[in-house]
Design a protein. Structure first.
Length: 653
């Protein structure tokens, strides 16, 4: 079956409408802090909180930058339950010309093929110390130290054919009369789909394969690691054998280590159930970045995990939590970048509140991704909102509430949505979504592109024009020459001059990326989305005379299709109960225009274990506006801004 990757454009079906690009495809603080902190022997009793370096530094963070960030987390966020500081991926990669996300041969490994910190960026690691000194400093700040790790064994270690360490004997692993090496245990046919030059699985059926994995995690414990984020083993990249064995190893260590999985593309409750018993948190989405499409994409999977009873399920070490990924708020970098933080989050304040509110109700781990050295008051207030933190840590019965209605003004008329039914005036057509995706170039629909010359210096490539009767404008991408790099070796070999880049507009410095697989993969840079223009291969395209637009890296073709938006998908609601009998309710407006959302109080008993409240007296307030709304009659009705949310606290007698 052909799988496709999509980037979303919002398109309203109106003769006067135009494309709106969506860059794809928030009790007391003291009580929250004290009880949200995990205790040894009871890992993740509440959803973990912390800071992760990826959204702000990608892979390039240095020891100095990390410790500066940890100090600020300790000063500003620790009191709110944020206790983990995590170095994300490629801490072992040398930051030199030619090194990037999927380069080969730039990593630092020891004699046993294990990754060790790049001493150029982590000078305290010299002399075989690894992360010991960094972890000690983090612990003195009252925080816990985490690292990102990849699946299996590195391609670099396999190419070097390093021996396997037997930690029980302190020497090379010997079995069946031979010394076992990397090439004996590597499963080359199971390379990481999104880092094919980086890592591959090991054969856990072999004693030497298990010995290699054991040597990794025993070393992490020796360094003082408290948290591991294990990547490319879940979702589309599922490797249940490795997850199971690593979980076994962690149970045997004297040092408790919280076990997290990433990413979670294509995760279902059926996939999550066996894994949730082995780990403390696990991603249930692909990478989440600062665009509205990513935020909106989390609603269905959150609903499904809650319905399956997977929120806060018992694991072999405390609790386990479905993870909606880091919060890309504040000062950020771009996915796959070799640069540090340089821009502010593209999400509007309404969209940021929506994200924080959903993460709170879904009880997702809260891992802030922005540069804490530039943490502004608005972002700080958002991620430390006491009501949201209370919901995230201590609420129960969290689930989607489907019994809401909504009305949206459309050309002077009301568009009504009730449960699964919609009453739509005859002259109002449903909104449409233009979907820009990736598919096989053998697809007969992939040849719908043509070149339009704007002037002698500017051309654009447009998808099939609409019918002559339609006044809609076609979807167009602007041709631009690839940027040059200062690395002479790269200039001489890449990009070839026959390649071009495609920008969302003639003035924006963002270009279309493409995936090397015909499916959603682990990294946003490879999901078919837009990001800052760089020299990287997956941003290079070829326009063929037959009307196809071919990615020069993946050899896939771009295609555009239209889908209609189900009206129910535009309005969502979640509910939960608090420790003191309060009821939390959130309205979410996924539509771009203001919408009035209404709920009947008596319907709460359909999803919550509370008595029908038709005769109860309820007072309520809205959190984001900080408005006391007084007594509820029978309904709650509230105008919610486009892409925004309303969060209510109800107290009934």
């Amino acid at each position: 079956m052909r799988k496709e990757v999509f980037v979303f454009f919002n398109y309203l079906s109106s003769s006067t409408s135009s494309f709106l690009l969506l860059l794809l495809l928030p009790l007391s603080l003291c009580s929250v802090s004290a009880q949200a902190t995990n205790r040894e022997g009871s890992h993740a009793s509440t959803p973990p909180r912390g800071w992760n370096s990826y959204d702000s530094f990608c892979w390039t963070i240095s020891e100095e930058e990390f410790l500066q960030s940890a100090e600020i987390v300790s000063q500003k966020l620790k009191a709110h339950g944020y206790e983990y500081v995590v170095v994300d991926y490629l801490w072992y990669r040398r930051k030199v010309p030619g090194a990037y996300v999927d380069s080969l041969g730039y990593d630092v490994i020891d004699e046993w093929g294990r990754m060790i910190p790049d001493p150029g960026r982590w000078p305290s690691s010299r002399g075989g110390k690894g992360f010991t000194e960094v972890a000690n400093k983090v612990h003195r700040m009252g925080l816990k130290f985490g690292i990102h790790v990849m699946r299996g064994i590195s391609t670099q270690a396999v190419n070097a054919n390093t021996p396997i360490l037997d930690t029980d004997k302190g020497s090379a692993y010997v079995g069946s009369g031979k010394v076992w090496r990397a090439q004996d245990v590597a499963r080359k046919e199971r390379a990481c789909a999104w880092m094919t030059h980086g890592f591959m699985s090991v054969n856990t059926n072999l004693g030497a394969g298990r010995a290699f994995l054991k040597s990794l995690y025993e070393q992490y414990a020796e360094w003082g690691v408290d948290f591991v984020k294990h990547d490319c083993v879940f979702g589309d990249d599922l490797d249940l054998d490795e997850i199971t064995y690593v979980s076994d190893v962690l149970q045997q260590l004297k040092r408790p280590i919280l076990y997290s999985l990433s990413p979670g593309t294509s995760v279902t409750p059926a996939m999550a159930k066996p894994v949730s018993a082995l780990v403390n948190m696990y991603r249930i989405t692909g990478d989440d970045w600062d665009n509205w499409g990513d935020v909106a994409a989390h609603f269905d999977v959150s609903r499904d995990m809650a319905s399956a009873g997977l929120i806060g399920r018992d694991s072999r070490s405390g609790k386990s939590w479905p993870d909606l990924d880091m919060l890309p708020l504040g000062w950020l970098t771009d996915p796959g970048s070799n640069d540090g933080p340089h821009r502010y989050s593209r999400l509007t304040l309404h969209e940021q509140r929506t994200q924080m509110t959903l993460w709170g109700f879904a009880r997702s781990p809260l891992m802030f991704g922005g540069d804490v050295r530039k943490l502004d008051d608005t972002t700080l207030g958002l991620i430390t909102n006491p009501t949201l933190l209370n919901i995230n840590s201590f609420s129960s019965n969290n689930k989607e509430f489907p019994y809401v209605t909504a009305s949206t003004a459309v050309r002077g008329k009301n568009l009504m949505k009730t449960g699964q039914l919609r009453r739509v005036p005859a002259d109002v057509r449903e909104p449409e979504i233009k979907v820009l995706g990736l598919t096989s170039c053998t697809d007969s629909e992939a040849d719908g592109w043509s070149v339009t010359v704007i002037d002698h210096d500017l051309e654009k490539i447009c998808w099939k024009a609409e019918s002559h009767k339609s006044k809609k404008q076609p979807l167009c991408l602007y041709k631009r020459n690839p940027p040059l790099t200062s690395d002479e070796e790269m200039i001489s070999s890449w990009p070839p001059q026959s390649k071009l880049q495609l920008s969302a507009s003639c003035s924006m410095d963002i270009c279309l990326d493409a995936s090397p697989k015909q499916r959603l993969t682990a990294r946003e840079i490879k999901r078919g989305t837009f990001s800052r223009c760089r020299w990287e291969a997956n941003q290079m395209w070829e326009f063929h005379g037959n009307g196809s637009l071919v990615n020069s890296y993946s050899r896939q073709c771009a295609v555009v299709r239209k889908i209609k938006v189900n009206g129910v998908s535009g309005v969502r609601s979640w509910v939960a109960t608090g420790r003191e009998g309060e009821i939390y309710m959130a309205f979410f407006n996924l539509n771009p225009r203001s919408t009035t959302i209404t709920a009947q109080i008596s319907d709460l008993g359909k999803v919550l274990p509370v008595k029908v409240l038709s005769n109860a007296t309820c007072n309520y307030m809205e959190v984001w506006s900080n408005r006391d709304l007084g007594t509820i009659a029978q309904t709650i009705s509230y105008a919610v801004e486009g892409h925004g949310t309303a969060l209510f606290v109800l107290r009934c007698q």
